[in-house]
Design a protein around this ligand. Structure first.
Ligand SMILES: [Zn+2]
Length: 483
């Protein structure tokens, strides 16, 4: 596509996007949205950035009908100011010109590689960074950190900024700024906030939910998370399939106008067999927050963190430890909860018993529960397995599945508990797997207030998606009336 036609297309898109904001224009949008192909993918950006009030993007090729609809809209073409030859020569030849380069630190990155991506050749700065504790995330590169440099044409950095995101709710995002002052450098730390843009997309499911979202223009990493937002309804039998439609609102984060990363999904809805499923992100006091219905109940599969009565942690999750009975050094990738013999052991989440066995040299009497395609839990050393717990038996979160004991290799009564995600054992006390069944009243009130503008936008997308094509003659009459 040539540059002028890209410009014209963008201006048209902006025009159509703005149309959405004004009632008087809704009819022309409706007309454009009526095409079945158009209905497959609608994307709108609601920006808090000044430069992006509203932009509509389309991922499908326009049909004849759409082209007709577009031809009836006002097209604005603005000439781009072309800099004079003198100005352009200046830009190329002036030594002091400063350009901005950005990068995100990769796995196994080196300071040298980061500098080369930032177009910096500055050994003095490298030495300075290696000697500063504040600059440590760059000296020993920390994956995922966003770095921005203002670089002069002699490849010396004028300023270098390292953006560090908060790792917990108690921390704040901070930016480390290194500034060149003649032959010296100054370094300081200050807080920063992302400029966050909310982006909306909608589409119809044609294959999988994830692929359909990608087809509608949702970034892949966001699309991958979409089923998790509806984890519980999907676990309880919601089968998203062909012809269902979905709407999603997610964040995009910017710094100084540069796109840095996609944020979280804020809200999503799916219409399946005429029934609407909605899910909203809420601050539930956990590090990552969770996804809830407006009534405050969780849309995620929640895990009881300590699935045993009256427990204390006796041996925590660690990669290697000396076995208390055999004395052999081997991985201990579970958590031991010490508890009196006979105390109740609960299913950590809804699932199906996938193994029931006795292992004299290991877990003793143990059960495994399969919760979904990715996650299983294991409960070891039981004195007794509860009645009816056979392979294939469905269990509910909190249901009693057995009793604490010391069968197998154990020094005293305890529950050996493992949580496995994709067959890898993870720390059940540290992982971000949600454990909150419902929001507190205060959290729910906050959710209701924050969800109000989101529900309006989801409803608007739903309305655009649900417009039925008009009979041909009515459409012609409408076109004439519009002229
Ligand atoms: Zn253990």
């Amino acid at each position: 596509m040539s540059a002028p036609s890209i410009l014209a297309k963008n201006l048209r898109s902006i025009g159509q996007g703005l149309c959405l904001l004004f009632h008087g224009c809704v009819r022309s949008w409706d007309h454009a949205a009526r095409s079945p192909r158009r209905r497959l993918a609608l994307g709108i950006v609601f920006g808090v950035l000044p430069a992006s009030v509203a932009i509509a993007t389309y991922t499908t090729y326009p049909s004849d009908e759409e082209q007709l609809a577009r031809s009836q809209q006002i097209e604005v073409v603005l000439p781009l100011p072309i800099p004079s030859i003198d100005e352009q020569i200046n830009v190329v030849t002036m030594p002091s010109v400063i350009t901005t380069h950005t990068t995100v630190i990769r796995v196994n990155d080196t300071l040298g590689a980061i500098f080369s991506r930032l177009n910096i050749e500055d050994p003095a700065l490298q030495r300075f960074i290696r000697g500063q504790s504040l600059a440590q995330p760059l000296a020993t590169p920390r994956e995922g950190v966003y770095v921005q440099a203002k670089v002069s044409s002699d490849k010396k950095a004028h300023t270098l900024k390292i953006f560090l995101e908060a790792r917990s709710n108690q921390q704040k995002n901070s930016v480390i700024t290194i500034t060149r002052k003649g032959n010296r450098f100054a370094i300081k730390s200050s807080p920063f906030v992302y400029q966050t843009q909310q982006t909306m997309n909608a589409g119809i499911v044609t294959g999988t939910l994830i692929q359909s979202a990608i087809n509608a223009g949702v970034p892949e990493e966001i699309a991958q998370k979409l089923p998790l937002v509806f984890e519980r309804p999907i676990h309880n039998g919601l089968k998203v399939g062909k012809g269902d439609d979905f709407r999603i609102i997610y964040e995009r984060q910017f710094l100084d106008g540069d796109f840095v990363r996609n944020g979280k999904i804020l809200a999503a809805s799916i219409t399946h067999n005429g029934k609407n499923y909605e899910s909203f992100w809420a601050d539930d006091g956990s590090h990552t927050g969770g996804y809830y219905k407006l009534d405050g109940t969780s849309n995620r599969t929640t895990f009881i963190r300590v699935p045993v009565e009256g427990a204390r942690v006796t041996s925590s999750f660690m990669p290697m430890r000396r076995h208390p009975v055999t004395g052999v050094l081997r991985p201990h990738q579970g958590t031991d909860f010490g508890a009196p013999r006979g105390n109740k052991i609960f299913a950590a989440a809804d699932g199906v018993i996938s193994r029931r066995a006795y292992n004299k040299r290991g877990y003793g009497n143990y059960l495994m529960i399969k919760h979904d395609d990715a996650r299983t839990t294991l409960y070891g050393h039981m004195s007794r397995i509860a009645d009816g717990m056979e392979v294939g038996t469905p269990v509910k979160r909190g249901q009693v599945i057995g009793y604490v004991g010391a069968t197998g290799l154990a020094t005293g009564p305890h529950l050996h508990y493992e949580l496995r995600v994709n067959n890898r054992q993870v720390n059940p006390l540290r992982t971000s797997i949600p454990d909150k069944e419902r929001l507190t009243q205060k959290e729910q009130h906050k959710l209701l207030a924050e969800a109000r503008p989101l529900t309006t936008r989801l409803a608007m997308l739903n309305r655009i998606q649900s417009i039925k094509p008009l009979p041909q003659n009515e459409k012609v009459a409408q076109n004439k009336a519009g002229k």
